[in-house]
Design a protein around this ligand. Structure first.
Ligand code: NAP
Length: 485
C-alpha cells in the first residue's frame, strides 16, 4: 500500500507522538506515523529489563501539556511511563495515524516533485512533503565484538532485548557493563542468580536516588489544587537545571556532587578493596551520572563478584579475563549501551542532487539547532545531533524541537514556499558556538572516554548548556536562517 500523507513522522516514541499531537492541535491531520514495531512507545516499549525506570523525575519526564498528577513515584517504572504514553496517544486519537510494522529503509528527496520518497522494508513507498524523524538515539543495541563470543553455548541477550522467558534463578550469570541500565537491573537479578560476575570497564559515578512513592492523598491534592502539578514540575525543572552549572558555568561547581557520590560509596560499601574498585578516577559528569540506592549494596552480596580485569576471550561456557581467570557462566547479559552516533548516521537518507547524509556528515554529524540540515529540504530531526542531555529531561528538548518544527512550517505557509532548509551560515554559526563550548567542557576535559564522543573525540550528542538557553534559541524559526523556496 502506498500512501501520500503531507507529513511523515518516523517513530512513535516521545518525539514522534509529541510531533503528531502539536500538528493535531494546530488543526493539521494529514500526517502518518511510521512505526517499525507492532506497538508504540519507543524506548519505553523496548526496555523491559527488571528494575527499568526513569532516572529523571516523572513530573518532568512527561509532556508539559499532559501533566499527570497520578505518577506513583518520583521516578516512575517503565510500565507506568509506557502506559502514560499509550493513554496520551489514545486521548489525541493518534492510533489511526500510526502504521505499524513500517520499517523505514531509505528516504530520497525528489526535487522536481518536491517530496520525500520514504521506502519501507517490504517495498512500499510512503510519499510526503516533509519528514520528521523521531527515531531517537538509543535504540540500536551495542554488543561488543568480544573474541570467541560466537563459540559461547549459553544464553546471551542485551538489556534492551531482555528475554523474560529465560529464568535466571540459580544460574551463573555474567553482566558486561556498569552503565545506566546495568545499575538498575543488577540489584534485581542479584537476589535470584546463583552467582553474578559483573564486568566493569569504567566505574560510574553513582549518587543516592531521591526516590519515593507519592501517597494517594498527595496525588489527590495535586489533582485538585489548581497549578499544584505545574508548580511541582517547575520546582523539579529548576532543581535539575542547577546540575548543569558544573559544565555550563564552572567545573568547580560540580565538586559538591562528586563529594556526595564519594560519601555514598563510603556509606554503602564497608570493604576498602571494593570501595577502591568502584571509585571513578575521572571528573564527575564526564560520563552520565547515575542514581541508585541499591546498586552498591548489591555489589556487597556474597554471590556477586565485581570483575575489573579486562575481558580477553569468551569460551564455550566462560568469560576469560586478562589475569587469566576463567569465569564459568550459563548466561551473558550485555548492559553495554547503544550505537548512538550510528542511530542517525546509518540511515540511508538522500537529499537534493543525490547528496547522501553520510557525505554531508563526513566530518561528523551536525544540524542547525540539531534539527535541520542544508541540502535536505523539509527534513526535521528530533533529538538530533548535540541535543541530548545528561542533567535534565529530554522530553523538554523534544518539546522545544517540535515547537521549532511548527515554527518552520508556519514560515513555509507565510512565505507561500514549498521547501525550507537552513542556510550554511546559520548551521556554521550554531555549531561553531556549541563546539567552542564543548571543547573545554567536562566531557572532553574530564579524563574519561564515553559514547558522547565520536571516533575523533568530538562531542556529537550533548547540548552543552542550560536547557532554557536551547529554548531561547529555538522558540521561533527566523526567516533569515532559512532558505525558503
Ligand atoms: P551505557 O550507559 O552506555 O553503559 C554501557 C556500559 O557498558 C558501560 O559501563 C561501558 O563501559 C560498558 N561497555 C561497553 N562496551 C564494553 C566492552 N566492550 N567491554 C566492557 N564493557 C563495555 O549504556 P546503558 O546503561 O544501556 O545506558 C545508555 C543510555 O540510556 C544512558 O546513558 C541513558 O542516557 C539511557 N538510560 C536512561 C535510563 C533512564 O532511567 N532514563 C535508564 C537506562 C538507560 P565504559 O564506561 O568503560 O564505556
Amino acid at each position: 500500500m502506498n500512501e501520500r500523507p503531507a507529513i511523515v513522522i518516523i517513530g512513535s516514541g516521545f518525539a514522534g507522538l509529541g510531533m503528531a499531537i502539536q500538528l493535531k492541535k494546530a488543526g493539521f491531520h494529514d500526517f502518518a506515523i511510521l512505526e517499525k514495531c507492532a506497538e508504540l512507545g519507543g524506548t519505553w516499549r523496548d526496555n523491559t529489563y527488571p528494575g527499568c525506570a526513569c532516572d529523571v523525575p516523572s513530573h518532568m519526564y512527561s509532556y508539559s501539556f499532559e501533566l499527570n498528577p497520578r505518577w506513583s513515584r518520583m521516578f516512575a517504572p517503565q510500565q507506568e511511563i509506557w502506559d502514560y504514553m499509550r493513554r496520551v496517544a489514545a486521548k489525541y486519537d493518534l492510533e489511526r495515524h500510526i502504521r505499524y510494522g513500517a520499517e523505514v529503509e531509505s528516504m530520497e528527496w525528489d526535487d522536481a516533485a518536491g517530496h520525500w520518497d520514504v521506502s519501507l522494508a517490504g517495498g512500499d513507498v510512503v510519499r510526503g512533503r516533509a519528514v520528521v524523524s523521531g527515531v531517537g538515539a538509543l535504540h540500536i543495541p551495542s554488543v561488543p565484538d568480544l573474541p570467541g563470543l560466537a563459540r559461547f553455548t549459553g544464553k546471551t541477550f542485551h538489556s534492551a532485548q531482555w528475554d523474560h522467558d529465560y529464568d535466571l534463578t540459580g544460574k551463573r550469570v555474567a553482566v558486561i557493563g556498569t552503565g545506566a541500565s546495568a545499575v538498575q537491573f543488577v540489584p534485581q537479578i542479584a537476589e535470584r542468580v546463583d552467582r553474578l560476575h559483573l564486568f566493569q570497564r569504567t566505574p560510574p559515578w553513582v549518587q543516592p536516588k531521591p526516590d519515593f512513592s507519592f501517597s494517594r492523598p498527595f496525588q489527590g491534592a495535586l489533582e485538585r489544587v489548581p497549578g499544584a502539578t505545574r508548580a511541582l514540575r517547575n520546582t523539579i525543572y529548576w532543581g535539575l537545571e542547577t546540575r548543569a552549572v558544573g559544565f555550563a558555568l564552572d567545573p568547580r561547581l560540580a565538586k559538591p556532587l562528586e563529594r556526595m557520590a564519594l560519601r555514598h560509596i563510603e556509606r554503602q560499601i564497608p570493604d576498602p578493596e571494593l570501595r577502591a574498585k568502584v571509585t571513578p578516577d575521572y571528573t564527575f559528569g564526564c560520563k552520565r551520572g547515575l542514581l541508585s540506592n541499591d546498586y552498591y549494596p548489591a555489589l556487597t552480596r556474597p554471590n556477586v563478584d565485581l570483575v575489573t580485569d579486562g575481558i580477553t576471550e569468551i569460551r564455550e561456557r566462560s568469560v576469560v579475563t586478562a589475569d587469566g581467570t576463567e569465569h564459568e557462566v550459563d548466561a551473558i547479559i550485555f548492559g553495554t549501551g547503544f550505537k548512538v552516533v550510528d542511530a542517525l548516521a546509518d540511515l540511508r537518507i538522500v537529499g537534493r542532487g543525490g547528496l547522501k547524509i553520510q557525505e554531508r556528515w563526513r566530518d561528523g554529524i551536525e544540524a542547525h539547532h540539531g534539527i535541520t540540515l542544508p541540502g535536505f529540504p523539509n527534513f526535521f530531526m528530533l533529538l538530533g545531533p548535540n541535543t541530548g542531555l545528561g542533567h535534565n529531561s529530554v522530553v523538554f528538548m523534544i518539546e522545544q524541537q517540535v515547537a521549532h518544527v511548527m515554527s518552520c512550517l508556519k514560515l513555509l505557509a507565510e512565505h507561500g514556499a514549498g521547501t525550507i532548509e537552513p542556510t550554511e551560515t546559520a548551521l556554521r554559526r550554531f555549531n561553531d558556538r556549541i563546539h567552542r563550548r564543548l571543547r573545554k567542557a567536562v566531557w572532553n576535559e574530564g579524563g574519561c572516554d564515553s559514547w558522547y564522543l565520536d571516533e575523533n573525540g568530538v562531542n556529537r550528542t550533548l547540548w552543552p548548556g542550560f536547557t532554557f538557553e536551547y529554548w531561547a534559541g529555538t522558540r521561533r524559526a527566523r526567516a533569515r536562517d532559512y532558505v525558503l523556496r
